[in-house]
Design a protein around this ligand. Structure first.
Ligand code: SAM
Length: 358
């Protein structure tokens, strides 16, 4: 990439799940295009990142200012690229990296690498590099620890090749690499419990979690077996109706908060409105989207978290189609609602959606 293009803030680096580069690229091109920002993407399958290259100076900075990061489905983290540094000298890698930041103050430093097997091999290197880099930044007069200032990113492809850039902490992922490190709870019966835990962390803030996920509230879990998602709700004191022909784990049933119904998740309906609906059934995205929209439109639940399992190809389009279906259906019914969608770190070939009646 041409150095002057980078200095003119034309490029945006987006991190994503490995294998979803073309979806991340399709999405940023679509969103940029709708804002009148033309550009193209450099994206290789398996690289776990995408470089969006715009044609106009400062287009990447404008894109970051005008797009809400929470609305991007496939991007885990992003930053405006200031420089691509190749052949960093082994004797002083920190000097050229520090010199690439034209700032006096920043919030924090994030040393990153692609979320791939090769990338993970750089995590120890990044940990070791942070002290020398902080020292080099201090020497250049750049002070960290200013909460309202940008976050500095150094994204290593290998130990001598890195992209350097800036993000707005208020409009980017809070976690390094966009990855929340969650501990697998011992009592939960399946790893997919972490998907719902991450979703609740991402889509609700602390105050909303305290208020909307508290003892005495009710929930339905469609496709609940063996109970990882049900467990997340039961442990917060919600009464859960777990719908699945498969078995529920003994630990989950032992919470005393769960009623297990062996029924079809597509035909089951509760007798009265519940606070939460969660759904992890493996089905066509359009079928799940239609079911979720019905639950909200017909007053069976206040809010929902569900997964859309994605096809092998054109996944961005499949997600868009499912979200449009929900949007159309709920607008027709005159309901005010919020709709958010993200591919979570704990998601695989799927995305997670949060839908809520206002
Ligand atoms: C990915 S698993 C759910 C895992 C669960 N969320 C957990 O954390 O343990 C999908 C479940 O959906 C159930 N399922 C699929 N189609 C269903 C349907 N039509 N009605 C009810 N359950 C269904 C399957 O039996 C399976 O147990």
């Amino acid at each position: 990439m041409n150095t002057s293009d980078l200095q003119q803030e034309k490029a945006l680096l987006l991190q994503c799940r490995s294998g979803f580069e073309s979806d991340c690229a399709a999405e940023i091109q679509d969103r940029a295009g709708r804002l009148g920002i033309a550009g193209y993407c450099r994206a290789q399958p398996g690289d776990a990142h995408v470089l969006f290259q715009a044609y106009e100076p400062e287009a990447a900075t404008r894109l970051m200012a005008e797009l809400d990061f929470r609305e991007l489905i496939f991007a885990r983290q992003w930053f405006v690229v200031l420089a691509e540094l190749r052949e960093l000298p082994v004797s002083d890698r920190a000097g050229p990296v520090a010199a690439a930041f034209p700032l006096r103050r920043a919030r924090e430093l994030s040393l990153e690498y692609p979320d791939t097997n090769e990338g993970k091999a750089l995590s120890a290197f990044c940990r070791k590099f942070s002290r020398p880099l902080e020292n080099a930044l201090t020497q250049r007069g750049l002070k960290l620890g200013h909460p309202a200032e940008p976050r500095l990113h150094v994204f290593f492809l290998d130990s001598s090749h890195a992209f350097v850039g800036l993000s707005d902490p208020a409009n980017s992922a809070a976690w390094p690499l966009g990855i929340p490190r969650l501990r697998m709870p011992r009592q939960a019966p399946s790893r997919s419990t972490l998907k719902l835990e991450e979703a609740l962390l991402l889509f609700l803030d602390e105050e909303e979690r305290d208020r909307r996920l508290k003892p005495g509230l009710s929930a339905i879990d469609l496709g609940a077996s063996p109970g990882g998602w049900t467990w997340q709700l039961a442990r917060r004191g919600l009464r859960v109706t777990a719908v699945d022909n498969g078995p529920m784990s003994e630990e989950v049933m032992a919470t005393g908060m769960v009623e297990h119904l062996r029924a079809d998740g597509f035909t089951y309906r509760p007798e009265k409105m519940v606070d939460w609906l969660v759904c992890d059934m493996v089905e066509q995205p359009s079928r799940i989207a239609g079911l979720m929209a019905d639950y909200l439109a017909e007053g069976y639940c206040r809010e929902a978290v569900f997964n859309l399992k994605l096809p092998m190809k054109k996944r961005y389009q499949a997600v868009q189609d499912a979200l449009h279906l929900i949007d159309r259906r709920l607008r027709r019914s005159g309901l005010d609602f919020t709709l958010a969608c993200k591919q979570l770190y704990h998601d695989r070939e799927e995305v997670t959606v949060h839908l809520r009646r206002l």
